[in-house]
Design a protein around this ligand. Structure first.
Ligand code: PLP
Length: 487
């Protein structure tokens, strides 16, 4: 083996790999190798080293050489030796970063309060009720539930959703027209292409979208080579009366219950215009019912699908009502789209877990879903009221809009002299918010790059996410960030 040899023997149940090479004596080589192992973190503080005898035997060197090397490293502070407990890597021997790792960056200032829209209150996930449903559902599940999944989704869940959506959202369907998926984003991928559709998109573009919407969804469509064409939005929701003026558009994606993110429900005339357009062109309207259950001041607005189940695809998920981590959603389809969607999904369910589907079916049927939505509605409504009161008290010149429903509101910044000024005002408010330790977005981030309608400037404030105990402090920080605040 010459001057350099490698040992990787099991020593008292643990492997110690040492390379003894380089110039000088074996004692010096062993000291170097052990020092290096501690320095790089391979031997962590507190690790017990092998007794002299066994390491000497493994390395083929004299026992005294090992004893000398240990003593030297104890003297240098790399190792510590205590009577009766052997030799260990010293607690204060800090492992050095590997030579190639980048220099440590100063820790990024992490926001203290999350006011980004998009998430429900994670602390309120109904763990106990969900577990009860899971236990009951798994006990009752037929054996075939544990075989390869049917891409339609479990019949138990499709039946439960048929009843629930009819009762709570005015959706008209039967279980055969429902296809379970893993959420709205998955539904878009199935409809328009991308890996989830097996290369068989059901619908083609261009697709009309509201000129304010989620950038994530626009880029998902773009990745599937679907062009999105912006539709103006005003206080009556999307201007669906302008759909027929958009050339070649082959489908329209709307948020009728609560325009995302501006917040208006689609006006009845606009609902009728959307349906008329779909009927006259044969192009479907996709209804993103992302937070339809959370309406505060009156009954939730019924689904658009209820007006014409043959021309509207109703899309929903549990992401706002329960948790976005469950990845469970549903597509309520016109009859002629069921088979194409199933073809896009493939022969087996690849996304939505059957056990979660069974649990959700039970959770809906036993009334736990309604109870959870009702209690969250109360909680979110209280938070919305506190937000509105806090802004009215500290910055009455800022209007809070989009507040009748949902888990977020828009704080509209007062008009500035020009569009650029408005954008700069929004940027300044976002900087001030970051300074206050807040994570939130401005409206500009939601605007379609080709939008032609007047630009809106403001802060999109998600009020569902902070834990209950931190909500008051988050509001105070938000108010401190508002331009032109009192005091
Ligand atoms: C506008 C909008 N649509 C749909 C969804 C739901 O998306 P997913 O079901 O993919 O979680 C969200 C987020 O929850 C949303 O903000």
């Amino acid at each position: 083996m010459g001057e350099s040899w490698v040992n990787s023997a099991a020593v008292l149940g643990s492997d110690l790999h040492l390379e003894l090479g380089g110039p000088g004596s074996r004692r010096a080589a062993l000291i170097r190798a052990l020092r290096e192992a501690v320095r790089t973190g391979r031997l962590a503080p507190g690790t017990k080293l092998p007794p002299y005898r066994s390491l000497a035997a493994d390395l083929g060197i004299a026992r005294n050489t090992v004893a000398d090397a240990y003593a030297e490293l104890v003297a240098e502070g790399w190792l510590s030796a205590r009577q009766g407990s052997g030799t260990r890597v010293a607690q204060r021997a800090e492992p050095l970063r590997p030579a190639h790792s980048p220099a440590p960056r100063p820790p990024a200032a992490r926001p203290v309060h999350n006011l980004l829209q998009g998430q429900p209150d994670a602390a309120s996930f109904p763990r106990t009720a969900w577990l009860t449903s899971a236990r009951r559902a798994l006990t009752a599940a037929p054996n075939d539930a544990f075989g390869p999944g049917d891409p339609r989704g479990r019949p138990e869940l499709r039946r439960a959703l048929t009843d629930y959506l009819a009762r709570a959202r005015g959706v008209r369907t039967d279980p055969e027209r429902i296809v379970i998926c893993s959420g709205f984003a998955h539904a878009l991928r199935l409809l328009f292409g991308g890996p989830a559709s097996g290369g068989h998109p059901v619908l083609g573009g261009p697709l009309a979208v509201e000129e304010y919407g989620l950038e994530f969804h626009r880029s998902l469509l773009e990745a599937a080579a679907v062009r999105t064409v912006p539709l103006p939005v005003d206080e009556r929701g999307a201007c669906t009366d302008q759909l027929s003026a958009l050339p070649n558009v082959r489908a329209a994606l709307l948020t009728p219950a609560h325009q995302f993110p501006l917040g208006a429900p689609l006006h009845p005339d606009r609902r009728a215009a959307a349906i008329n357009w779909a009927r006259s062109t044969g192009s479907p309207v996709l209804e993103d019912d992302y937070d339809g259950e959370f309406r505060y001041d009156r009954q939730p607005v019924g689904s658009l699908q209820g007006l014409d189940p043959d021309h509207v695809v109703h899309l929903g998920s549990v992401s706002k009502s329960l948790s976005p981590a469950l990845r469970l959603g549903w597509m309520v389809l016109p009859e002629h789209l069921v088979e194409p969607v199933l073809a896009a999904k493939g022969e087996r369910e690849a996304w939505a877990s059957a056990t979660d589907q069974l649990t959700l079916a039970d959770f809906i049927e036993c009334g736990a879903y309604d109870r959870h939505v009702r209690s969250m509605r109360l909680r979110y409504r209280r938070r919305r009221d506190r937000l509105v009161d806090a802004v009215a008290a500290s910055a009455p010149h800022i209007a809070v809009s989009g507040i009748a429903a949902g888990l977020h509101a828009v704080l509209e910044l007062p008009a500035q002299d020009g569009e650029q000024d408005g954008e700069r005002g929004e940027e300044a408010a976002l900087r001030a918010a970051r300074w206050q330790g807040l994570a939130l977005d401005g409206l500009t981030a939601y605007r379609h790059p080709e939008a032609t309608g007047p630009a809106r400037h403001g802060l999109v404030v998600g009020y569902a996410t902070p834990p209950e105990h931190a909500f008051g402090t988050a509001l105070e920080a938000l108010c401190r960030a508002l331009p032109g605040r009192r005091g």
